[in-house]
Design a protein around this ligand. Structure first.
Ligand code: HEM
Length: 485
């Protein structure tokens, strides 16, 4: 076989890839050296903005297979019968650190699944935690600012982290989760994934259900202590990436079993707490887990930049039979993601192979824009309605309508009988073994004791006291002991 020829980007053969063209021996460079100019210019443009959150991540392809019939609850085609298989792409991530951070850190993990269904791509953009720190999207930019690097010091600051939580009692449940053993998963394979929000399913009769998703790892839960994590992060900052990549290359395909909790829509208004509050879980005694299917990852991407960095997930990508709930956080996210993609990747990000539908084709009247890399619509008309057999609307809403009432305004969520911010944090604390409680208390005290202001410490302690008297007392004692040292 003859040796392939190196070319410029426009395909012309390159004469020399080691020496730039100069004016005479030892002279200055020539502007006519197209290959040199192209190489330097392209190199300058290799980076795109990293994700504002969840910048570090790893991805893999696989499939989802339905194992249990859920057609009484949703008419989503990809869930429409035992044995039905759908290709998926899953991106795992950490949240707070930038691309150059480490994997083995105390932080929630992203768990974003793209189902390439025959009715379009369905994105379920979740985390490894069933709850979140806040319940109104208007707080999200402030929350993230407090957790990422301080604009002056350029470091994550315990003062900022804990000051935000001091003012956000609703974060107590998630803080308890994060500071507990599950706060540092050993790898992406050894953790669960959750949709976290409440979503809506609609069946073929039009009945609506509210639904929460739980992906349970079949590898077993494995976690790291703070000490183990610090050592691993120092030795291999890419420990999660290494683990996932190598497992799949070895043919050890990680899998998760998907369960859902289902609440008939009519029960939501009178449930004892707001079922759309993202800081709370639904007790399994009220809404037991129902098995749906199995997700398997079996193929690594060929190119991390093209397929993982450029992957674009949006909670607003629904398919018929699945829709949003009135959860305010979710509603805010329905805007945020595609907006981020347009900024980070451009208006044509859905044409990239990882983001384009695979089991169907996109047919609409959107055209042009930066990097319109295919002949969208070819010769077809680019307006609708038209007389030329162009694609038309179905007239069928994707999901059941949500009832609304009242006046516009900046309202708090509707009141339920047991809406307080602390009781589930207390329940989680009481579920822990004696050793788990001790590690939780030590982790919290390790962070909180570094805070410079007493009033911020006191406000945080009040949250742990409100969750459980023993919890509050032990954190308080541990913080005092560390500050007296
Ligand atoms: C990534 C916004 C809450 C899970 C992102 C990105 C933005 C964002 C702008 C970057 C997207 C990109 O550049 O591709 C928000 C806002 C939130 C919110 C405004 C609250 C109002 C949440 C919650 C979860 C979550 C509650 C989980 C339940 C994720 C995940 C990613 C992500 C997994 C990474 C997706 C990927 O792998 O590409 N978020 N987020 N976010 N967010 Fe959120």
């Amino acid at each position: 076989m003859s040796q392939r020829v190196l070319t410029t980007e426009s395909g012309a053969p390159v004469a020399d890839n080691q020496n730039s063209a100069t004016a005479g021996v030892g002279g200055p460079l020539l502007l006519q050296d197209q290959h040199l100019l192209e190489k330097l210019a392209r190199f300058n443009r290799e980076r795109i903005p990293e994700r504002v959150v969840h910048a570090r991540g790893s991805g893999a392809y696989g499939h989802f297979e339905v194992t249990d019939d859920v057609t009484d609850f949703t008419h989503a085609d990809f869930l429409g019968g035992v044995g039905k298989r759908t290709e998926v792409f899953l991106r795992f991530s950490t949240v707070a650190d930038s691309l150059g951070g480490a994997d083995a850190v105390r932080d929630p993990r992203g768990f974003a699944v793209k189902f390439y269904t025959e009715e379009g791509n369905y994105d379920l953009v979740g985390n490894n935690t069933p709850v979140f720190f806040i319940k109104d999207p208007i707080k999200f930019p402030d929350f993230i600012h407090s957790q990422k690097r301080d604009p002056f010091t350029g470091r994550q600051e315990p003062d900022n982290v804990w000051d935000f939580w001091a003012h956000s009692p609703e974060a107590t449940h998630q803080v308890t989760w994060l500071m507990g053993d599950r706060g540092i998963p050993a790898s992406y394979r050894h953790m669960n994934g959750y949709g976290s929000h409440t979503y809506q399913w609609t069946n073929s009769r039009g009945d609506a259900f509210f639904v929460k998703y739980h992906f349970k790892t079949n590898q077993g839960i494995r976690c790291l202590s703070s000490g183990q994590a610090a050592e691993i992060a120092g030795k291999d900052p890419n420990s999660h990436q290494t683990d996932l990549l190598q497992a799949i290359e070895r043919g050890v395909h990680p899998s998760w079993t998907l369960y859902v909790q289902l609440m008939p829509a009519a029960e939501a208004a009178d449930y004892r707490f707001n079922p759309f509050d993202l800081t709370k879980v639904w007790p399994h005694q009220d809404y037991p887990l129902k098995r749906v299917g199995r997700l398997v990852l079996d193929r690594n991407p060929d190119n991390v930049f093209a397929e993982v960095e450029q992957a674009a997930f949006s909670p607003n990508n629904f398919v018929p039979g699945i829709g949003p709930s009135p959860d305010k956080m979710l509603q805010g996210r329905l805007f945020a993601y595609a907006d981020a993609h347009r900024y980070r990747l451009g208006v044509n990000h859905t044409l990239l192979a990882v983001n384009a539908p695979k089991a169907t084709t996109a047919q609409n009247y959107g055209r042009d824009g930066l990097m319109a890399s295919n002949a969208q619509g070819r010769h077809a008309k680019n307006y609708e309605p038209n007389s030329y057999d162009g694609p038309v609307e179905t007239g069928r809403p994707l999901s059941a309508p949500l009832a609304v009432n009242g006046h516009t305004g900046t309202h708090e969520a509707p009141a339920h009988t047991k809406d307080d911010d602390f009781f589930q944090a207390g329940e989680l604390f009481r579920l822990m073994s004696a050793e788990e409680k001790s590690r939780l208390v030590a982790n919290i005290a390790g962070g909180l004791s570094q805070v410079s202001r007493d009033d911020v410490i006191e406000k945080n302690l009040a949250h742990f006291h409100a969750a459980d008297p023993e919890y509050g007392r032990r954190v308080e004692e541990a913080v005092r002991a560390l500050r007296e040292d």
